[in-house]
Ligand binder design. Structure first.
Ligand code: AHG
Ligand code: MN
Ligand code: MN
Ligand code: MN
Length: 333
């Protein structure tokens, strides 16, 4: 196998599509480096004293794990000094993090979910890091939260790292989705799959079914129809998977298809679902669309939503086109 590194891939993409200026490439490489550091910490587990709770809460009221905080710090430190960024935002920080004055300010904004799937940390199941890159608006001087309020379509890059049996980096800069596997011997991200494609049809769905009693009727109808199997209205037998880390569920869907759902439900109408638009739904939606799938909030494309808040939540239906179209149509009826 001819080995293509992340750097070589990014330079070749720039030559072919003119879509990755040097600054953006260096930024992506820095994120990739930070993810290697996180992967290393994750793999040490109890030996690195990285498991368990940190005893604090984030702005969304979730208990922070040690790795949530550590991963956030690793990403902040790695990206602060490079000169490519104007500001960062994270699930684990209430407000944005402008680049300190001692470093030059660049023209990009970076958003991340430093550690996705926190409830999997202590049970040695796949977790990940999700990131999204926006361009700072023209004429911006001191970055504010408002500068981040851009629809997902404006992302210039998005991706995730998954820390599983292998550590992988999945990336799009708007020209397909490409996968890299971490070679632990050489310490480099090596291209292992170009142009990932989500099959248009699927027989596999992912939803946290313990919330069934709270679902709205379109979701209940859809899940009932799938569970009815080959003699039901959808005329197919479906299988179900739920890993409780969006990164891992999306990775399965990018690899072999499927539909992932985290709907809004009737529990608290002021909170539409669980997942966060800016650093979970948007980057995943860009990857999924770039791989030929669909991602909606049940009504419209996630990438077209105009954000209003940094930690805004959004219902998510993503994956194989035919199934996402089906549940989106049920929602609209
Ligand atoms: P995070 O660990 O970053 O807070 O995200 C957890 C999210 C997402 O990764 C996953 O799909 C979902 O929460 C799992 O939710 P349940 O606890 O309802 O299974
Ligand atoms: Mn969390
Ligand atoms: Mn998450
Ligand atoms: Mn997280």
């Amino acid at each position: 196998m001819k080995r293509i590194s992340l750097t070589q891939h990014l330079i070749e993409q720039q030559r072919q599509h003119n879509s990755i200026p040097a600054e953006l490439r260096l930024l992506i490489e820095t994120v990739g480096r930070a993810c290697k550091t996180i992967s290393h910490a994750v793999s040490k587990g109890a030996l690195g004293e990285v498991l368990g709770s940190a005893g604090s809460e984030n702005v969304q009221g979730e208990v922070q794990k040690k790795l949530d905080i550590l991963s956030n710090e690793i990403l902040l430190e790695a990206n602060e000094w490079g000169g490519h960024l104007a500001a960062m935002a994270s699930e684990e920080m209430e407000s944005i993090h402008p680049i300190p004055n001692r470093y030059p300010q660049g023209e990009y904004l970076l958003l991340f979910d430093p550690l996705d799937g926190s409830s999997n940390i202590d049970i040695n199941v796949s977790i990940g890091t999700i990131f999204s890159v926006l361009k700072a608006p023209d004429g911006m001087t001191t970055p504010t939260e408002k500068d981040f309020m851009q629809p997902g379509r404006k992302q210039v890059a998005a991706g995730y790292a998954i820390y599983g049996p292998q550590s992988m980096l999945i990336l799009t800069t708007g020209n397909g989705v490409h996968a890299f596997t971490l070679d632990r011997e050489t310490g480099s991200w090596v291209l292992t799959q170009s142009n990932m494609q989500i099959p248009v049809e699927t027989q596999e769905y992912a939803i946290n079914a313990s919330n069934a009693r709270h679902w709205y009727p379109p979701v209940t109808r859809y899940i009932n129809e799938m569970q009815a199997g080959a003699t039901g209205p959808l005329k197919k037998n479906y299988n179900m998977r739920w890993i409780a880390a969006m990164v891992a569920d999306v990775h399965r869907i990018l690899t072999r298809g499927g539909i992932f759902m985290y709907p809004a439900d009737s529990r608290d109408t002021s909170v539409p679902g669980k997942l966060r638009l800016m650093y979970e739904a948007n980057p995943m939606a860009l990857l999924v669309e770039q791989a030929g799938g669909l991602a909606t909030d049940g009504k419209q494309a996630i990438l077209d939503i105009q954000p209003t808040k940094l930690h805004q939540r959004v219902p998510v239906f993503l994956g194989s086109k035919v199934e996402v179209e089906r549940i989106t149509a049920y929602n609209q009826e």
